[in-house]
Unconditional design. Sequence first.
Length: 101
Amino acid sequence: MFSSAWRSLCSFIGRNEKKAQVLAAGTIAASGDMACQLMEMSLDDKAKAAADPAFVPRKMSQRFKDLELRRLAAVGSFGLFIAGPIGAFWYPGKYTMHMMR
């Protein structure tokens, strides 16, 4: 199962480099924002625990439930619809770099 999914992903990337780059930009942006939100929650919990010894920090499962999904969708959409196409279609990349020499 995993090997067939991996093969189909590799063949998609091989056939559609630009589309794969656009999808990767959205995925990377959304996962980076999710990590940022989780780190903010963790740091807030540590600061509250330092100020109040009776404070009980949230568990990781509760932190995932407390993610701001609208913010996550907005950042992922930015990566998918703005940063990805600019990087994939506007930036010259490796194919036209030899023309600039």
